[in-house]
Design a protein around this ligand. Structure first.
Ligand code: T1G
Length: 653
């Protein structure tokens, strides 16, 4: 298959890129494009060129799998310059997602016609990079500088309407994209070529103060990510310098970031998030039908799961124990969808349509036709077994039965139904309609097509699905328990809770472990510790500080105090002398001589605990790969993405 082909129709050359799955600008595509410029320039029968891509999207960027390897000429910046310098006008016909190098190639074209559903962006920042083929130079020369800076620093793509409004797109296709682009090309053929973007002045440049405000807001969201900061620098430089100098400057920053450990980490995560869902056992296995899903439980988790299912186009039946609980659960779903409308994520009509696919009941017989049931009731084995006994009674034999438990034994739940092979664990993270992570737990008797159904559901919900074996806490909660225990040790040994939290935030976590526990509620962990108490290793050090805090009824934000104090319902915790006194008492009782801890040591101890638990999880076959552990900790537990995950960070040293 040729990556780039040329056809000529009525003096218009149609240059088509065909490099599945996303038309990445690999070496063959770059060579093909360079040749296409030469051939169309040399062909007098060609008056203009339309550049289009086959398959589902315009070029979605450079080929990330080539990074780190020796560059095979021509490099992408040169290909863009060739197109920009062509003697015939090039019209980019954009559908799908023109991202990174794909948008940069489109910026080298003289015009851009976009499909109404197209998205255009420069997401390089998510790979720890900046656009490296002229994006930071050409964007502020075609859209207002502030818009260019925002696109580079956030990596967020814009839609067709926005692109046309800000000048990035010359036209939005009304009918067939290819035909509209050809018509556009015929209209501009023979006219003078527009001035190349790289030779234009920036659009709506800002005075130093205004730029400072724009840049300040973008850099404030960097959270330690160098590519955000350097992306803003590159746009500022591009506005100050002339085109050619700005291109050189951008290249230097791009190379600097390519060598930055953060970029290696982010590229690792990009591929890891795609590889973790590849499970040998389900290769070629057809999933079962998924159209109508039952959800047992309308609490926060159950309602969130209902919303996620509805947004994926599935019809949903919620089951609760009585009318009041059902009404409360249905209200949670309706309110969550209203919030999505308010945030512009869905329209009011869409919300109405989704609610039309959502029914509630409090008799299980309403589930007699569902394809899948997800149980999200109270974390108690007896309660869950009662639910599964009912499901066993009312559901059709091929219905998949899923538990959302976050640590209970899924094998034990499976054993409680007649056909254990149809029981799977689907561990969602709250809020379930927002959090990307889904741990797919594989009990021993699980049928392959039921596992395949779990992954098919994960794809429909646009989740990152990670397979996990059955153990207490699967992958994420088990590692959380391990590093939370290490933090308890450090607090008894002398590190203040606020010092541990500060070290974690400085490392890149959105919040520290103690503030996070106060937000989630300390009673959950307390119940788990009490559950584990009978089987706890008597020789293992046990810190009683958290239990003593709970024994005072201090369960965190919801009770106004926990590890920290939350005066007048504030959400910002303050160190509390009561907790400090408990810590000192417990340290004395344990014979510990307290000492100070540096932020580096705190992080080292936390990473150490994560990695040693991760290695045990790998050794037991609970996780398929170290990448799976990294993906879980990043997408479910706030591990900073630009550090690559605990296993990657430990390898980087
Ligand atoms: N390079 C190589 N492979 C890629 C790729 C890319 N840019 N994008 C996707 N893939 C693979 C992916 O690994 C998966 O492979 C398959 O395609 C489907 O992807 C010079 C330096 C386009 C929105 O960052 O955001 O240009 O697992 O599962 O959910 O300035 O892919 O099937 O073997 O994600 O439909 C900038 C990255 C690059 C875009 C489609 N571009 N890709 O999402 O499919 S750097 C990006 C995406 C750059 C220049 C700079 C998404 C997508 P496999 P998928 P999807």
């Amino acid at each position: 298959m040729t990556a780039v082909t040329i056809e000529i129709e009525n003096e218009i050359a149609i240059v088509t890129v065909d490099n599945p799955p996303v038309n990445a600008l690999g070496h063959a595509v770059r060579v093909g494009l360079a040749e296409a410029v030469a051939k169309t320039d040399a062909n007098d029968a060609v008056q203009a060129v339309v550049l289009i891509a086959a398959g589902r999207t315009f070029m979605a960027g450079a080929d990330i799998s080539e990074f780190g390897k020796p560059l095979a000429e021509p490099g992408l910046p040169d290909v863009v310059l060739m197109i920009e310098g062509a003697r015939k006008p090039w019209v980019a016909a954009i559908h799908g997602t023109a991202l990174g190098g794909g948008l940069e190639v489109a910026l080298g074209c003289h015009y851009r016609v976009v499909d109404p559903k197209a998205k255009l962006g420069v997401p390089e920042v998510h790979l720890g990079l900046i656009p490296g083929a002229g994006g930071t130079v050409r964007l502020p020369r075609v859209v207002p500088v502030a818009k260019a800076a925002e696109m580079v620093a956030t990596g967020k793509p814009i839609g067709a309407k926005d692109a046309a409004a800000c000048g990035l797109a010359n036209a939005v296709a009304k009918g067939d994209l290819r035909a509209d682009a050809v018509t556009f090309a015929q209209e501009i053929a023979g006219k003078d070529l527009p001035v190349a973007l790289v030779d234009r002045d920036p659009v709506a440049p800002l005075d130093p103060e205004a730029w400072g405000t724009v840049a300040g807001k973008l850099v404030a969201k960097a959270r330690g990510q160098n590519s955000v900061i350097r992306g803003v620098d590159a746009v500022a430089d591009a506005v100050r310098l002339d085109g050619p100098a700005a291109l050189e400057n951008e290249r230097a920053i791009f190379i600097e970031l390519m060598e930055d450990p953060q970029s290696a980490a982010l590229r690792h995560v990009f591929f890891a998030e795609r590889s973790v869902s590849k499970v040998a056992a389900i290769k070629g296995v057809a999933p079962r039908d998924l159209r109508h899903v039952g959800v047992i439980g309308g609490g926060t988790m159950g309602a969130g799961i209902c919303v996620a299912l509805l947004l994926a186009g599935l019809s949903v039946t919620m089951i609760e124990r009585d009318n009041d609980a059902l009404a409360a659960g249905q209200k949670r779903v309706a309110d969550t969808l209203s919030a999505s409308v308010k945030r512009g994520l869905i329209s009011e009509d869409k919300r109405t349509a989704l609610l039309g696919m959502f029914v509630g009941d409090f008799v299980y017989d309403a589930l007699d036709t569902v394809d899948l049931v997800i149980e999200a009731v109270f974390e108690d084995m007896d309660v869950k077994k009662q639910v599964f006994a009912e499901l066993d009674r009312v559901t059709k034999p091929e219905a998949v039965l899923a538990t959302n438990t976050s640590y209970l034994d899924v094998n034990e739940i499976a054993a409680s139904v007649k056909d254990p092979s149809r029981v799977i664990g689907l561990h969602f993270f709250s809020p379930a309609h927002v959090m990307k992570l889904l741990e797919i737990v594989r009990p021993d008797e699980l049928a392959d097509d039921v596992l395949a159904t779990g992954f098919a559901l994960g794809k429909m919900l646009r989740k990152i699905s990670v397979p996990a074996g059955v153990c207490d806490g699967f992958i994420g909660n088990r590692i959380l328990t391990a590093y939370r225990r290490e933090c308890d040790y450090m607090v008894e040994d002398g590190a203040a809770p606020e010092e541990v939290d500060a070290a974690m935030k400085a490392y890149g976590f959105p919040m520290g472990i103690f503030a996070m526990q106060d937000m989630a509620g300390l009673d959950i962990g307390w119940a788990a510790r009490k559950r584990r108490a009978p089987t706890r290793d008597p020789n293992e050090r046990y810190v009683r500080i958290a239990d003593r805090i709970c024994e005072l009824g201090r369960f965190g934000q919801k009770t106004g105090s926990g590890w920290f104090n939350y005066p007048d319902g504030s959400r910002r915790g303050e160190p509390d002398p009561i907790v400090e006194a408990i810590i000192i008492e417990e340290a004395a009782a344990s014979g510990v001589t307290r000492r100070s801890f540096s932020a580096e040591e705190i992080i080292e101890r936390i990473l150490g605990a994560m990695v040693s638990e991760g290695e045990a999880i790998l050794a037991e076959g609970i996780a398929q790969s170290a990448e799976a552990i990294d993906v879980v900790m990043i997408n479910g537990y706030g591990f900073p993405r630009h550090k690559g995950g605990p296993m990657f960070a430990a390898k980087q040293g």
